[in-house]
Design a binder for this molecule. Sequence first.
Ligand code: PLP
Length: 397
Amino acid sequence: MSGFHGLFIPGPTNMPFGVRQAMDIALEDQRSPDFPAFTLPLFRDLKKAFKTEKGQVFLFPGSGTGGWEAAITNTLSPGDRVLIAVFGQFSYLWADLCARHGLIVDTVDVEWGEGVPLDIYAQRLRDDKAHAIKAVLVCHNETATGVTSDVAGVRDALDAAGHPALLMVDGVSSIASIDFRMDEWGVDVAVSGSQKGFMLPTGLAIVAVSQKALAMQKTAKCPRGFFDFADMIRTNKDGYFPYTPATTLLRGLRASLDMLFAEGLDNVFARHHRLAEGVRLGVAAWGLELCAKAPKWHSDTVTAICVPKGFNSDDVIKTAYHRYRMSLGLGLSKVAGRVFRIGHIGNINEIMMLQALAGCEMALRDVGVPVAAGSGVAAAQEHYRATAPQFQLSKVA
Ligand SMILES: *Cc1c(COP(=O)(O)O)cnc(C)c1O
């Protein structure tokens, strides 16, 4: 079939050609004398993507889920208490993974479509005079509902309570796409993966760790082997790994970081915001509701859209896939059948967003949802026209 399959899921994302080309290479010797000349600058530059100078970043073969496991097993012991708000499938799964490791999980159940409840976190931390809570967990961008939470606000709650718990953040669908400031927000462990904002294939868990969290290794009793930070620290310092690294992905990561830095991280965030605004205006023009309950929670990397009562979002997704060769994100778990998601993370631009909206419009109309043809596309077009970089026709050849 001709043309591209439209990939509008929030990960894996669209891989830039430059990244693909950087990985189209022979496999290499990960113990060669010149490997460190490649890896040491990579480790150093990766820290910029997390906005950390003091922290250390680890690259495990794995996915974001492995990053969650690395975060907790290197810092906590079975029986330790963690506080986590669950407001979507990803925050739910992280809480579940904590329970499987024998942690006591204080879950705050939040309506799906809302973000981290700062007032409840603040209250729990104030009430925990004995400091039984060892870590506070936050899903920065809940990919299931298209909700971004206020991580700096959680840091403020910890500080206001004078609470020493670690602050751990799932940034799998935010880091390198939505503003994230590890040092400034006092984040102790930040987890990401390769196949979202980093625009790579799946296969890396990327974990940034503060000095405070690194020190916890001494007391942390959760069993760990593959994900042990200590083995990484010992070998990474000379540019090597404790076991075979995903060298091809590391080459891709180099290209991806170079692209992100060439655009400028702040420009990358602004682009995601502008493109996401266009999508949200398109949804509003359709007369449909977002899953995110308030603008403060709107995600710039994924938009979850509710179908009207009486319709099944799976029908929209299947129609889009089979008739128009485009992939949309499913409604997961509690919102299955009720929402579909447009991913707008990574290597995306205006025209791609218009494609996504146009395809959604056709599929929505096919299943009988009464949206006006072209309405969402037109709303997004006007937003992109108003906000795209200016240039003077008279000044170009
Ligand atoms: C994708 C995602 C994960 C899971 O990552 P995998 O790479 O699929 O293991 C975790 N959290 C969030 C917020 C995600 O978007």
